[in-house]
Design a protein around this ligand. Structure first.
Ligand SMILES: NC(=O)c1ccc[n+]([C@@H]2O[C@H](COP(=O)([O-])OP(=O)(O)OC[C@H]3O[C@@H](n4cnc5c(N)ncnc54)[C@H](O)[C@@H]3O)[C@@H](O)[C@H]2O)c1
Length: 438
């Protein structure tokens, strides 16, 4: 532990946060950081900015802010950049996304309008409902990756950044399983040169970032870097990676409620979830192939929390349905309904209804901030490969082959905080508590 502690380099200098995809989530994140820096708002929803961590025994009453406990980049040191096929600057994109009020945005206009997206790597076969002019042309997918690498190098030097990290905030691509071209780095690079159809734009970004030494997080549910080839590249480069799919509205609720039912050994017969939303993400998800990526990411949660193999009488026959309906009048203000059929003592049925009127990007923005800061920290701490301690933020956390993901929000939080304690050589907290009774 002491060895790891001595390895964490300080967070000196500027940190570039690169965002492939500068729509609702990305611009709400950037606008939020600017608002916080200007003293106009509080960083609500962000662990790195607001949460404390307990140190030592309960009787010691020692708490520290997470941001004081581990060396994280300061908000003042963040520089934002990104790519998007739609050429709008961050102010225009945020205004169109209608997450933040015009009055709120007007105060942030000078900072936001300076941020213009670089030309994107885009292929409509992967996001059918979208079309934009701000797109790179290339002789091959490898050529496009080289152009992204040139962008990254240029961004770093133009903005005087010391370090960079990337968080994919682009649209959800169509559902694809990995194929032979994703099975090793050699095959993937040959595929890039041959412009293989199975290599998605998001994978070209992930490849370019990792090649340039930039840690990478994937906020969407599509595969992106969750392939043997890109895992191999991350390992080779000694870089942390994390994903997939920001855990925000309905799935956040599921990972709060389902562990509670299981803790009390209450049965579950069915969980019906439906959503209406009207932002661009909703429009993209209206395409069945993009929705399939989302559905797969959302459905895994309940099974892995409830462990039907261990508890067949309680959870062996659950009907779990997830629907997303594109409904323009709602914009980013999603409404989710959950009907949960639970079972109690002697098999008596009960129902719970959850009606969550949430704001998708308001919930996602602090996650982007935390991921950016924690991934930069992980890199400085010499952590590489899949960062399972960041599962807290994901609907569909990446894990090594053969290991099931941990979805329970409270176990995820314990793991996150223990990882931070570990990096400092601090005592891990198991909650055993026996020492208080010796
Ligand atoms: N908001 C949430 O609560 C939430 C939760 C989980 C996951 N997500 C995921 O986050 C992503 C962003 O969501 P959003 O609401 O900001 O969507 P959005 O549609 O407002 O923004 C996505 C942006 O990505 C751009 N884009 C598409 N393909 C691109 C490419 N190849 N390169 C660069 N840019 C590209 C689009 O032009 C668009 O501006 C989506 O994949 C969404 O599913 C969002």
């Amino acid at each position: 532990m002491d060895q790891l502690k001595s390895k964490v380099a300080p967070a000196d200098g500027k940190l570039a946060v690169l965002l492939p995809g500068m729509g609702a989530v990305a611009t709400t994140f950037i606008a939020g950081v600017e608002a916080i820096k200007a003293g106009l708002a509080k960083p609500i929803g962000s662990l790195t900015q607001m949460a404390h961590i307990r140190l030592g025994k309960r009787s010691e009453k020692r708490w520290s802010m997470i941001k004081d406990f581990v060396p994280l980049a300061k908000l003042e040191d963040l520089v934002f950049g990104g790519w998007d096929p739609i050429p709008d600057d961050a102010y225009t994109a945020a205004a169109k996304a209608k997450v933040l009020s015009p009055e709120h945005l007007a105060q942030l206009k000078p900072a936001l309008e300076k941020i213009k997206p670089m030309t994107a790597v885009f292929e409509q076969a992967y996001v059918k409902k979208l079309n934009g002019p701000n797109v790179k042309k290339g002789t091959s997918k490898m050529d496009l990756a080289d152009q992204l690498m040139a962008d990254i190098k240029n961004f770093k030097s133009t903005n005087g950044c010391d370090r960079l990290i990337a968080v994919w905030c682009g649209s959800t691509e169509v559902y694809r399983k990995p194929t032979d071209v994703h099975m090793s780095l050699d095959k993937f690079e040959a595929g890039l040169k041959a412009s293989h159809d199975d290599i998605a734009p998001s994978q070209i970004y992930a490849y370019a970032c990792l090649k340039m030494g930039v840690p990478y997080a994937n906020g969407a549910p599509n595969l992106s870097l969750d392939t043997p080839a890109l895992l191999e590249l991350a390992r080779k480069q000694g870089l942390p990676i994390t994903g997939k799919d920001f855990k925000t509205g309905q799935t956040l609720m599921k990972t709060i409620l389902a562990p509670g039912f299981k803790a009390r050994m209450l049965g579950l017969e069915g969980w019906y979830s439906t959503n209406i939303l009207g932002n661009r993400d909703g429009e993209v998800l209206d395409d069945p192939e993009s929705f399939k990526s989302k559905e797969v990411s959302k459905l895994g949660v309940i099974d892995s929390i409830l462990q039907p193999d261990l508890y067949p009488e309680l959870y062996g026959n659950i009907s779990h349905v997830v629907r997303i309906n594109y409904y323009p009048p709602r914009g980013d203000n999603k409404e989710g309904w959950d009907n949960i059929d639970i079972v109690g003592w002697l098999g008596y049925p009960m129902q719970i209804k959850v009606n969550f009127l949430c704001r998708d990007s308001i919930l996602a923005a602090p996650i982007v901030l935390d991921l950016a800061l924690f991934m930069d920290f992980a890199h400085r701490a010499g952590m590489s490969g899949i960062q399972e301690w960041l599962s807290f933020y994901w609907k569909s956390p990446m894990t090594p082959e053969g290991l099931y993901p941990e979805h329970d929000l409270f176990i995820q939080l314990m793991k996150l905080k223990n990882t931070l304690r570990y990096t400092k050589g601090d005592e891990l907290i198991t909650h055993l508590g026996a020492e208080y009774y010796d």
